[in-house]
Design a protein around this ligand. Structure first.
Ligand code: ADP
Ligand code: MG
Length: 564
């Protein structure tokens, strides 16, 4: 072998490896799912590159994954004939973590094994999960199109370092040999491995082959032949009809496409016909990924054209306010050579996207209606993101507005559970507006003097404390024919909520306070626009009000914090 070198793992990799081994042991079987998932991605990539460069298939066009084991050597081997990796790619992909959200992930680690196990799951387990069961992992690979002399061998014990060497490799793709740790021998069993494959990876669209069993040994063990057979169904899951797919298969497929560890919250699967023909299988995750707020994020929805993977896109296939959606869209009509540039300006993509957005909104409406607990979980994780849609998606503004949930002055907890329709259903006789207040925190909102008159009259006020709320009320000026009105803006017009007695009281206060108002006005001078006496404050002596068309005090603070 040539050019053998030993390289150190990035510090983060070491930390991740350590955590993985110690906190995911009770889920150790998932290593196989992760490695199969990577092999399947590698097949997708080869198929895509092969569209423009058919020579990459060499003389081996049938893409597949093979799993074998050797009881005496105590190894399990996975072999794929996908895209493979060059030496540089091995270093970039297997020696470092270059994912978006990495920083946020490491900041949240607590040292509590159980909590951290959840975090790792959320972050993505991936290749390193091999070290849950293996004490040595050897990966040998050759990138499609490279000569046999450009094979690469990567070996590591999963501690601080790995070795790399250039080797001769006739076969394209990647082979991974796991040398099992002491005590993991139960995995060296035909029946066990086939069970794990069927449980976690049945949805994989290329064959996962293992040697055919042809007889039983004396101890009841399966004796295998040299012939391979597919263990999985080997058809793209989304092309199967709904009643042939089990809940478990939907869930496992989600984990594969989303690189997630936990079950999805809900999904929508449909074949759409019409101007554009496509199949969508879209999922709402149960937890937000680490890079939800990261502009560099790459993950999104995967686009296939007639079963061929084309690209994963985080910007074009779904609007920003649905950036948490994962899954696949498989088009029957788009050209196979669709590129990012074409995607950018394609009317066909616009049609597919708008259809898919409607599916996702429909899925959310269904949850909101029929599974309040799940919808509350969704809102907790993604509510702030969905809110952006009110300003972003004009066509679906009403539907999105219906999905919003708030805390209000009638809430008994701090959990946002109140919809705008709930609010309207509780409006007082004569009330024609939806009142809200924006503030940094719920307690600041609840203690605002602006609420005093509303408390007195028993009128509900929405308490808006998310950063995105200013954007929401800026875009959503009315809902169901009712104007949204800030309680802290202008000379608040309570309309029919105000009775004769209120008007008389106001008049009286204005008369009585005239000398004080003049004094205060003089003292504050240019710093205020006006000083007014009001009968509306019941507990506080004074409060600040901004003009009807001025920026709210809260927004002004937010902009200042943002350095604007
Ligand atoms: P993820 O799959 O979420 O990207 P992994 O840790 O599972 O993360 O894999 C890291 C990267 O290593 C992959 O993105 C891919 O580039 C590369 N890789 C892993 N396994 C293979 C394989 N069998 N063939 C080609 N590339 C692979
Ligand atoms: Mg992976």
């Amino acid at each position: 072998s040539v050019q053998k070198e030993t390289l150190g793992f990035q510090t983060e990799v070491k930390q991740l490896l350590h955590l993985m081994i110690h906190s995911l042991y009770s889920n150790k079987e998932i290593f196989l799912r992760e490695l199969i998932s990577n092999a399947s991605d590698a097949a997708d990539k080869l198929r895509f590159e092969g569209l423009a460069h058919p020579e990459l298939f060499e003389d081996d066009p049938e893409l597949r994954i093979r799993i074998t084991f050797d009881k005496d050597a105590r190894t399990i081997t996975l072999c794929d004939n996908g895209i493979g990796m060059s030496r540089d790619e091995v270093i970039a992909n297997i020696g470092t973590i270059a994912k978006s959200g990495t920083k946020a992930f490491f900041e949240q680690l607590s040292g509590d094994a159980k909590k951290d196990a959840n975090l790792i799951g959320q972050f993505g387990v991936g290749f390193y999960s091999a070290f849950i069961v293996a004490d040595t992992v050897t990966l040998t690979t050759r990138r499609a199109g490279q000569p046999a002399s450009q094979g690469v061998r990567w070996t590591s014990k999963g501690e601080g370092e790995y070795t790399l060497e250039t080797v001769e490799r006739a076969q394209r793709g990647t082979e991974i040999v796991l040398h099992l740790k002491e005590g993991e021998d139960e995995l060296l069993n035909d029946w066990t491995l086939k069970r794990i494959v069927r449980t976690y990876s049945d949805h994989i669209s290329i064959p996962i082959e293992m040697k055919k069993g042809n007889s039983y040994g004396e101890d009841g063990e399966v004796i295998v032949s040299d012939e391979f057979e597919a263990v999985n169904e080997a058809s793209a899951l989304w092309t199967r009809s709904k009643n042939e797919i089990t809940e478990e298969q939907y869930k496992e497929f989600y984990k594969h496409v989303a690189h997630d560890f936990s079950d999805p919250l809900a999904w929508s699967h449909a074949r759409v016909e019409g101007r554009q023909e496509y199949t969508e299988l879209l999922y709402i995750p149960s937890r937000a990924p680490f890079d939800l707020w990261d502009r560099e994020r790459k993950q999104g929805v995967k686009l296939y054209v007639r079963r061929v993977f084309i690209m994963e896109d985080s910007h074009k296939l779904m609007p920003q306010y649905l950036r948490f959606v994962r899954g696949v869209i498989d088009s029957n009509d788009l050209p196979l050579n669709v590129s990012r540039e074409i995607l950018q300006a394609s009317k066909d993509i616009d049609a597919i996207r708008s259809g898919c957005v409607k599916k996702v909104l429909g899925l959310l409406e269904d949850l909101a209606e029929n599974d309040k607990t799940k919808y509350a979980d969704f809102w907790q994780e993604f509510g702030q993101v969905l809110k952006e849609g009110v300003g972003e998606d004009f066509a679906n503004k009403e539907r999105i507005a219906k999905l919003l949930r708030f805390v209000s002055t009638v809430s008994e907890s701090d959990v946002p559970e109140i919809s705008l329709s709930d609010y309207i259903g509780r409006m007082k006789d004569g009330q024609d507006k939806i009142y809200y207040i924006t503030a940094d925190t719920l307690s600041a909102a609840r203690n605002s003097p602006h609420l005093e008159v509303f408390k007195k009259k028993g009128v509900e006020v929405l308490l808006l404390t998310d950063r995105v709320d200013e954007w929401v009320v800026g875009s959503l000026t009315e809902f169901d024919g009712k104007k949204l009105q800030s309680v802290a803006k202008g000379a608040l017009d309570l309309g029919a909520l105000e009775d004769e007695a209120d008007k008389a009281a106001q008049k009286q206060v204005e008369e009585a306070a005239k000398p004080v108002v003049e004094l205060v006005q003089k003292a504050l001078g240019e710093r205020v626009e006006a000083v007014r006496a009001t009968a509306r404050l019941t507990d506080s002596p004074a409060c600040l009000v901004v003009g009807e068309h001025d920026m709210s005090a809260h927004l002004e603070r937010l902009l200042k914090q943002a350095g604007q």
